[in-house]
Design a binder for this molecule. Structure first.
Ligand code: PLP
Length: 405
């Protein structure tokens, strides 16, 4: 069946809006995706029909809410092929998930241990590790990148050693779209006994990750980048590792028994889920996964690949436009600059035409420093974007170029 983008767009109420008097062209999917009616309905229906706290009441509503919440977890488990549902920890998002892991290692590291991250990381996969290093005396090492926006694997090989305790890299770079060779990196890291965390925040919208096949120790992502609501996300962890980590937050839900002398922690996954969770969010998360699977992740990847090819070719026709991130393996994210024009100025003129792009450092300042640029304009495409929207983007950039030169 042919991918019917017009039918799909009808599922997203926001896409028919006008912005600044112009039809909205939403090309900031790397920051957050739009939400289909199915997800909005799932959240609204929870509040209309099921609202109650989970895991505590004997009353009917509480049990129904608990079932719906746990069904959300089960959908996530199936989607990422995690072995056990309790290996899926529900968090507020990728940032929260990475912080749980970085904090969890606090009493497992010492002076001389090393944590290996990469030059392509989002700040949320840099700062928690720096904080962990400060607490423990461990050292942060960084796998360098090249000017194509790829990680240098020779350097990865030589940085990896028996002191490496954690390797934390993203699956896909949010700033440049590069797909990193994580299968190789996971296998090599395991040879030296390091735990591997993959930040999947930017990949799950494009690639369905398989936990058992990837064999990573942790995988993190946020619902809001895959058509789900904000404020909810996942920390997948292998059971053996999750059992070793100390809990991040204390409170209700995460305990077995509390006395003033000593508290024992609940079993997985609740040990990492202190407090009332984002019940509506998790239900919406499950609805988003159902939505994506009804279209099919392969169909989505194909459609985005077509848009990426077309947009790359059309953008490169613009004089002085330079694309940052030219890895052969990349998703539908295009970061670029036009001559010496400031990304912010281009973004502002595009916005006047109803076109939403991201400008700046994309929470990845080290990449911008390496490329010696203040930032880029980033157009990040989703399966609901069209060829016509790419044409409008190109027209908008040419217009900006004329106005600013
Ligand atoms: C968006 C993003 C994050 C942060 O996700 P939050 O939802 O803001 O916590 C981390 N890493 C990458 C690669 C991202 O794209």
């Amino acid at each position: 069946m042919r991918f019917n983008v017009e039918a799909i767009r009808k599922d997203f109420p926001i896409l028919s809006q006008k912005v600044n008097g112009k039809q909205l062209v939403y090309l900031d999917n790397g920051a957050t995706s739009q939400k289909p009616q199915q997800v909005i309905d799932a959240i609204a229906n929870y509040y209309k029909e099921l609202n109650a706290n989970v895991h505590r009441g004997v009353h009917t509503l509480s049990q129904l809410a608990t079932d719906a919440f746990e069904e959300g977890r089960a959908k996530i488990q199936q989607h990422i092929n995690a072995k056990e549902s309790y290996e899926v920890i529900l968090t507020s998002g990728t940032t929260h998930s990475i912080n749980i892991v970085a904090n969890g290692f606090s009493n497992m590291l010492k002076d001389g241990d090393e944590i290996l991250i990469s030059a392509l990381e989002h700040h949320s996969n840099i700062v928690p590790w720096q904080m962990l290093c400060e607490r423990t005396g461990a050292t942060l090492k960084v796998i360098p990148m090249n000017l194509e926006g790829e990680l240098v694997m020779d350097d990865f090989d030589s940085l990896l050693n028996s002191n490496t305790k954690i390797v934390a890299v993203n699956h896909v770079s949010n700033a440049l779209g590069t797909i990193n060779p994580i299968r190789y990196m996971i296998a090599e890291a395991h040879k030296v006994g390091a735990a591997v965390l993959i930040d999947g925040a930017q990949s799950v919208a494009h690639i369905k990750p398989d936990m058992q096949e990837l064999d990573c120790d942790f995988y993190t992502f946020s619902a809001h980048k895959i058509c789900g609501p904000t404020g909810t996300g996942v920390l997948y962890g292998k059971e053996e590792w999750l059992n070793k980590l100390i809990p991040f937050q204390g409170g209700g839900e995460m305990i077995k028994e509390v006395t003033f002398e000593k508290t024992t922690y609940a079993d997985l996954p609740y040990k990492f889920e202190a407090g009332t969770p984002n019940i509506a969010g998790v239900i919406g998360f499950g609805a988003a996964i159902d939505y994506l699977n009804a279209i099919g992740m392969n169909a989505i990847a194909q459609q985005e690949e077509e848009i990426l090819k077309y947009a790359t070719a059309e953008l490169l026709k613009i004089p002085e436009l330079k694309i940052w991130g030219t890895s052969k393996e990349k998703v539908s994210v295009i970061s670029f600059n036009v001559g010496n024009l400031h990304p912010y100025d281009i973004g502002t003129i595009l916005d006047n035409s109803g076109i939403a792009v991201r400008t700046g450092h994309h929470c990845a300042q080290p990449i911008m420093n390496f490329c010696e640029i203040p930032g880029t304009v980033r157009a990040s495409f989703s399966f609901y974007n069209t060829i016509e929207e790419v044409d409008l983007l190109v027209k908008g950039i040419v217009k900006a170029q004329k106005m600013l030169n």
